[in-house]
Design a protein around this ligand. Structure first.
Ligand code: HPA
Ligand code: MG
Length: 255
């Protein structure tokens, strides 16, 4: 895979009001004549700042992580139920169009696989169809639980296949929105017909740009979460629930 190293200034661009407005206009025009109304479900399921999560003992999780987690923040079953609904919204908006699903690795692999599975089930049980190609891109910008200035994009050399296509970017987590802005600029340069973004989690961060994906699973507080393919230095991807890591876990897997 070719690796694109996006310089720190490009990786963390300042989003001016004008850029933000023009990006939102682009999103509106992407609706291709469909009515796009702001609704109170746009942020998905909103988890409040004081949400303590569930005690670990109420669920099962791998033995090897038993001391490394504080709580179950979003149980696997709830993630699946929410994903099913996002799949339905995607089918309602895009059904009968061909799409290219662009999965953002590594964190997005589980969400993407489950979302694609849900869409396939819906296709089997409705008179709409949604032919999908699935492609992959890898972004890397985190060390321990901190974002680094450099954003690496791997797999970007294949993106010419996106030209003239309806693209659904599938990302596990959007925090400041700056990484997504960089990725959208990058994908836009390949001339897709339309871009939509599905984000499982959107974090409420003080430095956020206000960017919201078209399809949002959950809006969560500014806490570092792991599981369901989200990692801390490559650990915890093998955990079904989305959990909060403990101090001990952070120390154990720190590099
Ligand atoms: N967890 C894992 N990866 C992430 C997070 C997080 O909370 N935020 C951005 N990348
Ligand atoms: Mg990561």
């Amino acid at each position: 895979m070719t690796s694109w190293r996006v310089s720190s200034s490009a990786a963390l661009p300042k989003w001016t009001r004008e850029e933000f407005d023009s990006f939102n206009e682009l999103k509106e025009s992407n609706m291709a004549g469909r009515e796009r109304k702001q609704t109170d479900t746009d942020k998905g399921i909103v988890i409040p700042d004081d949400w303590p999560g569930y005690p670990l003992a109420l669920f099962t999780s791998p033995e090897h992580y038993c001391d490394d987690l504080d709580c179950v923040y979003i149980p696997h079953g709830v993630i699946m139920d929410r994903t099913e609904r996002l799949a339905r919204n995607i089918m309602d908006d895009l059904g009968d169009h061909d799409i290219v699903v662009l999965c953002v690795l590594k964190g997005g692999y589980q969400f993407c696989a489950d979302l694609v599975d849900c869409i396939k089930v819906l296709c089997r049980h409705s008179n709409k169809t949604l032919p999908m190609r699935v492609d992959f891109i890898r972004l890397k910008s985190y060390l321990n639980d901190h974002s680094t200035q450099d954003l690496h994009i791997e797999g970007a050399e294949n993106l010419s296949v996106l030209s003239g296509k309806n693209v659904l970017i599938v990302e596990a987590i959007v925090d400041t929105g700056k990484t997504m802005k960089t990725l959208l600029d990058h994908v836009q340069a390949f001339g897709p017909k339309m871009i939509k973004v599905a984000g499982l989690l959107v974090k409420r961060v003080p430095s956020g740009t206000g960017y919201l994906p078209d399809y949002v699973g959950f809006e969560i507080p500014n806490r570092f979460v792991v599981g369901y393919a989200l990692d801390y230095n490559e650990y915890f991807r093998d955990l079904n629930h989305i959990c909060v890591i403990s101090e001990r876990g952070k120390q154990k897997y720190k590099i």
